[in-house]
Ligand binder design. Structure first.
Ligand code: NDP
Length: 246
C-alpha cells in the first residue's frame, strides 16, 4: 500500500467494466486515480466515492478520448488536482462486430475514432506530459491473435495500438517510462456480453484451456503488475491476459 502513494494514475474509460476494476485495484495498491469516462457520470462518481470511503484518493474527469482538446483538458484536470501524471492506462474502447462485407462506414469510423485516434490522443499527451519514470499501459485484444470472423475492423484498431506501443517505447528512450499493452481475451463486461446469446458466450468461455471468461479483476491484476514495482523491467511488450485462448 505504501510503495505507490506518490503516484498518480489516469485510467481512461474507468466508469464501467475493466477500467472500473483497474481504478479500484490501482487505488488499493496506493495510486491516486483519475477516473475518466465519456457518458456514464453516475457510475464514475459512485466509484470515486467508493475508493475514497476505502481510504484512497480519486477524482472523476469527463472527456471523450476521441477529441484531442478534451484529452488535453483531461491531463490539465489531473495536473491541476494532483500536480502531475505518472501512469496512463489507455483502457477506453468500443467494439462493433460485423463481417467486413457488411460493415457500415459509421461503425468503421467510430472504432477508429475511439480505439485508434483516442489512444493516439492520450499517448501524444502522455509523451509530452508524463513524469519521468512513468508507465503507459495500452489496451489491445487477443482477437489480434485469434483472428475471429466479424472482428476485422476492431482487431485492426487494436493491431495499430500494438504497433504504436512498440514504437513509443523507443521514442521515450532516456526517460525511464515503460510502454506496454495488455490484450485481454473474452472478459465478462457489457462490451463482450451485449448482443451475444448464452450459447455464444458459453462457447467462447470454453475456448480457453482455463474454461471460463476473464473477470475484470483478472485484467486489472495484469495492469497492476505492469504499473507497479514488479513490472519495472517489462517494456515494449503485449501481455495477452486470456486464460491461454491464444
Ligand atoms: P466496457 O464497454 O464495459 O467499458 C468501456 C469503458 O470505456 C466505459 O467506461 C466507457 O465509458 C468508456 N468509453 C467508451 N468510449 C469512450 C470515449 N470515447 N471516451 C472515454 N471513455 C470511453 O468495455 P470493457 O471494459 O470490456 O473494455 C475495456 C477495454 O478492454 C477496451 O479497450 C476493450 O477493447 C478491451 N478488451 C475487452 C475485452 C472483453 O472481452 N471485454 C476483450 C479484449 C479487449 P462511458 O460509459 O462513460 O462511455
Amino acid at each position: 500500500m505504501t510503495q505507490n502513494t506518490q503516484k498518480i494514475a489516469l485510467v481512461t474509460g474507468a466508469s464501467r467494466g475493466i477500467g472500473a476494476a483497474i481504478a479500484e485495484r490501482l487505488a488499493r495498491d496506493g495510486f491516486t486515480v483519475v477516473i475518466n469516462y465519456s457518458g456514464s457520470v453516475a457510475p464514475a462518481e459512485a466509484l470515486a466515492q467508493k475508493i475514497q470511503q476505502q481510504g484512497g484518493r480519486a477524482m472523476t474527469a469527463q472527456a471523450d478520448i476521441s477529441n484531442a482538446d478534451a484529452v488535453r483538458g483531461l491531463f490539465d484536470a489531473a495536473e491541476a488536482a494532483f500536480g502531475g501524471v505518472d501512469v496512463l492506462v489507455n483502457n477506453a474502447g468500443i467494439m462493433k462486430l460485423s463481417p467486413i462485407a457488411d460493415t457500415q462506414d459509421e461503425d468503421f469510423d467510430q472504432q477508429i475514432a475511439v480505439n485508434l485516434k483516442g489512444t493516439f490522443n492520450t499517448l501524444r499527451e502522455a509523451s509530452r506530459r508524463l513524469r519521468d519514470g512513468g508507465r503507459i499501459i495500452n489496451f489491445s485484444s487477443s482477437v489480434v491473435g485469434l483472428l475471429l470472423p466479424g472482428y476485422g475492423v476492431y482487431a485492426a484498431t487494436k493491431a495499430a495500438v500494438e504497433a504504436m506501443t512498440a514504437i513509443l517505447t523507443r521514442e521515450l528512450r532516456g526517460r525511464g517510462i515503460t510502454v506496454n499493452a495488455v490484450a485481454p481475451g473474452p472478459t465478462a463486461t457489457s462490451l463482450f456480453l451485449d448482443g451475444k446469446s448464452s450459447e455464444q458466450i458459453d462457447r467462447l468461455a470454453r475456448m480457453a484451456p482455463l474454461e471460463r471468461l476473464g473477470e475484470p479483476e483478472d485484467i486489472a491484476a495484469s495492469v497492476a503488475f505492469l504499473a507497479g514495482p514488479d513490472g519495472a523491467w517489462i517494456n515494449g511488450q503485449t501481455l495477452r491476459a486470456n486464460g491461454g485462448i491464444v
